[in-house]
Write a protein of this length. Structure first.
Lengths: 350, 465
């Protein structure tokens, strides 16, 4: 190759880039124009949309929407904004009616033919707008999926938001399905369906330990004291992970029917069990465990010492106890920790 | 002499063509993933994590040295972050200005006793403060020990399982942390580090610690740095991350699994490239354990930072970066071409050695030959001409392509005029900006053998407008 060949190569690369630049600049201009038009229509329709949501008999919005060249995108944005800022938005009959009337055909097509990102967005919107009419399409799609990838995970969440318990069965097909997905499903089911699903998960007739862990964990997160006796039973479970989940749930529930069940955990060989026992003793102000907390203040694990000191601050005379330990605890690290918590530290943003 | 110059010319031409093709190959690898996620509604895909109790809490570490101008606005931007549970720890590494005083006054901080776990040894901790307005903001005042030492002190004090390291002069987008944590949560801990994109804030409108309007600066030096960031982040990191062989997560913005970092020994105080060195050490740990855990770059979460506007500061920054790169490659030379470290040892380390480090040496020789060929008949002018064209291809056209690729995928700059300006400035790179970079990077190689580790000496104006 000589110099002229290189000239030709560089010139053609430059011209190619220039062409690409022009195409991208044109595309950007078009997309900016389109975005500006959508924004302007969105702003123009906001008032009539608000009136329609308050009084569905006000048909002005429907007429204006139909006249808009970008009516589907504008409606999608209006509804999405509405459900994200209003408490009852997701369960609003008006949202369901508008989305079913205008968006369901488009979503049906997108679920089948859209690219990955569009299909994901569609699943999010079906969930947000609670579009029940699309359940058959979603089920059909789920039946075809063979991997628990991001799309299948969202598909399962969307089905759960439409109150389909099939979501749990679908997850159970994947042995490595993580607990967070089961929790996502429980979170989305309606109250009655959820109670049945949690009851079945705690019975664990299918032997799915992840499902049972998730159920216990969710009960704690959601504060469902109805299940407290069942959770307390799990404190006797031979498997450590299950006991830890039960301790965590009790910590969240902030109540125990039989506080004596906590005693063995202060001497557990597993430090997370000692830590949760200390945290529960503090949260529930179980003064019978004050002595045990003093001992755990000198534990070999930092987290146990930290939790014990924090627990002691929960008692009415916590300051005095901590001052005493800060001066006279035989363990140097326990004295440091007591000294730190004496100043009633708050740890983090909640 | 002429024969030697001719042979060198062929080597440099071949090298530049090879490097250019490797850039294009790397981008081709990553293009699919970026394009795939391009139309995803980012808000919808992260909003669930915002209300989810399974979202891991994060400690945000802000190492600061003489950052009195920017530290408060950085912390304010962190306060505005959408994230369920976080704590913010600013580490004043013996600043000579009033960094600590600004923090103490602004956030009404009080000195507290604190039982710090010493996972990693650091220089002396002088005091720990806590905000009485926002109890989750803390300040560590410590003796000077360098950025790595400051970060290690932050790791020691942090209470959460993940930490996010962010520079004291940077502003994180509201959902940046959530987007960085999303892959970690979704992978159930299999991803141990994520790094976001760093972008240059000069020229953008920032008010109340938030980027309100993305714009371009007037200074050509800063414009060229924007193009350079596109080239580095879009072409390089995406593909390397895709192959799990990414060796750099920017020190300005990255999220780390704390336990893994402690296992690896924390940040190395004896290098100026502590961010890259830690990532290489983590890779080494993973490979030695035969672990399947990953380190990922995520293009979307963006951290805005102030770029140097003066040549003097830019020069010092680039010398420091090059030195950091060489130190890291030297410290981990055992991994180079070692099959035990898989693709890291066989591909990534040699790539960083030949393309990122020695690239400057090859380009320097290239410029020397062009100059010598045209003015002193060092080589046949025909060969010097080819060298010139290849240099333009390598220096300008690849950078201009990076601008186009940014527009094709992420398109963060809103106006058509932004695209045009960036593209045409990129074309000028080989004629003025790149020779300067090449010179400083070569200097950086020599600097490795001269100086001790220190903080960069960036003169801040502050990025809030």
């Amino acid at each position: 190759m000589n110099l002229s060949h290189f000239w030709i190569l560089i010139a053609s690369l430059f011209l190619g880039q220039l062409l690409l630049l022009l195409i991208l600049a044109w595309r950007k201009q078009q997309s900016n124009k389109r975005e500006a038009a959508i924004n302007s229509q969105y702003n123009a329709l906001t008032d009539s949309f608000s009136s329609h949501m308050m009084d569905p008999s006000d048909e002005r919005f429907i007429a204006e929407l139909k006249a808009s060249p970008y009516h589907l995108v504008v409606l999608e944005r209006l509804l999405n904004h509405y459900v994200s800022v209003t408490k009852a938005g997701a369960d609003s009959p008006a949202v369901l009616r508008l989305s079913e009337e205008f968006l369901s055909t488009r979503y049906m097509k997108l679920l089948k033919r859209g690219n990955w990102a569009m299909r994901m967005n569609t699943l999010y919107f079906i969930e947000d707008f609670r579009m029940e009419s699309l359940v058959p399409q979603l089920k059909e799609k789920l039946a075809k999926s063979s991997r628990l990838d991001q799309e299948t995970q969202q598909l399962i969440r969307t089905l759960a938001s439409l109150n389909e318990t099939l979501a749990i069965e679908a997850l159970a097909k994947y042995p490595d399905a993580p607990a967070r997905l089961y929790i996502d499903v429980f979170k989305r089911l309606d109250e009655l369906t959820k109670l049945d699903a949690l009851d079945a998960a705690l019975k664990n007739e299918t032997g799915n330990q992840t499902l049972k862990h998730s159920a216990v964990s969710y009960i704690g997160m959601a504060g469902m004291t109805l299940f407290l006796p069942r959770v307390e039973e799990e404190l006797q479970h031979p498997e450590m992970e299950m006991r830890i989940q039960a301790l965590k749930a009790i910590l969240h529930l902030q109540y125990m029917n039989s506080p004596s069940a906590l005693a063995p955990f202060f001497e557990s060989t597993a430090w997370p069990e000692r830590m949760f026992a200390a945290q529960i003793a503090g949260k529930l102000q179980l003064s019978r465990y004050k002595e045990a907390l003093g001992e755990l203040l000198g534990d070999s694990v930092w987290w146990v010492r930290y939790s014990s000191a924090e627990a002691l601050t929960q008692f009415s005379e916590g300051d005095i106890v901590l001052t005493h330990f800060a001066e006279s605890h035989p363990d140097r690290y326990a004295r440091d920790m007591a000294n730190q918590w004496k100043t009633s530290l708050l740890g983090s943003e909640q | 002499m002429q024969e030697v110059a001719l042979i060198l010319s062929y080597i440099v031409i071949a090298y530049m063509l090879f490097s250019s093709l490797s850039y294009l190959g790397l981008f081709a690898l990553a293009y699919g993933k970026v394009k795939k996620e391009n139309k995803l509604d980012k808000r919808e895909s992260t909003e669930d994590f915002l209300r989810n109790q399974s979202t891991y809490p994060v400690s945000i570490l802000v190492p600061a040295y003489n950052e009195e101008v920017g530290v408060v606005s950085t912390v304010r931007s962190l306060l505005a972050l959408e994230y369920p549970e976080k704590e913010i720890i600013v580490i004043d590494d013996g600043s000579k200005d009033s960094t600590s005083m600004r923090m103490i006054e602004e956030f009404k901080m009080k000195k507290i006793p604190f039982a710090v776990r010493t996972h990693i040894e650091t220089a002396k901790i002088e005091a720990i403060y806590q905000s009485s307005i926002f109890p989750y903001i803390r300040l560590i005042k410590k003796a000077n020990g360098g950025k790595a030492d400051a970060l290690n002190a932050g790791v020691n004090l942090s209470s959460f399982p993940y930490f996010c390291a962010i520079d004291g002069d940077s502003i994180l987008e509201n959902d940046g942390l959530l987007k960085c944590m999303k892959p970690i949560i979704e992978s159930d801990g299999q991803i141990i580090v994520t790094g976001g994109s760093v972008r240059i804030a000069n020229g953008s409108t920032i008010s109340r610690s938030k980027v309100e309007l993305v714009g371009l600066p007037k200074s050509p030096i800063v414009l060229m740095q924007i193009v350079e960031y596109f080239r580095a982040f879009l072409i390089g990191r995406l593909a390397l991350s895709h192959l799990n062989i990414l060796l750099i997560v920017s020190g300005a913005f990255g999220v780390f699994n704390k336990e893994r970092v402690i296992q690896a020994g924390g940040y190395n105080k004896n290098t100026v490239g502590e961010d890259m060195e830690l990532v290489v050490r983590l890779h080494r740990l993973l490979r030695e354990e035969k672990s399947k855990q990953r380190i990922e770059y995520i293009p979307d979460p963006v951290c805005w930072t102030e770029a140097p506007e003066s040549l003097e500061v830019l020069r010092s920054q680039r010398i420091r970066w090059q030195r950091g790169l060489l130190e890291t490659l030297w410290n981990h030379r055992k991994m180079m071409l070692n099959p035990k470290y898989g693709s890291i040892g066989l591909f990534s380390m040699p790539y960083f050695l030949f393309v990122e480090l020695l690239g400057a040496v090859f380009e320097f020789i290239g410029y020397f030959i062009i100059f010598g060929g045209f003015f002193f008949s060092l080589v046949d002018p025909q060969v010097a001409g080819v060298m010139f064209l290849v240099t333009v291809f390598y220096g300008s056209l690849i950078s201009a392509l990076a601008v186009l690729l940014e527009e094709l995928t992420l398109h963060k700059y809103p106006k058509v005029s932004h695209l045009m300006r960036l593209y045409f400035w990129a074309l000028t790179e080989a004629f003025w900006y790149r020779p300067l970079m090449v010179l400083w990077r070569v200097k950086g190689i020599f600097a490795t053998f001269q100086k001790k580790a220190h903080w960069g000496d960036m003169k801040r104006k502050g990025i809030s407008t």
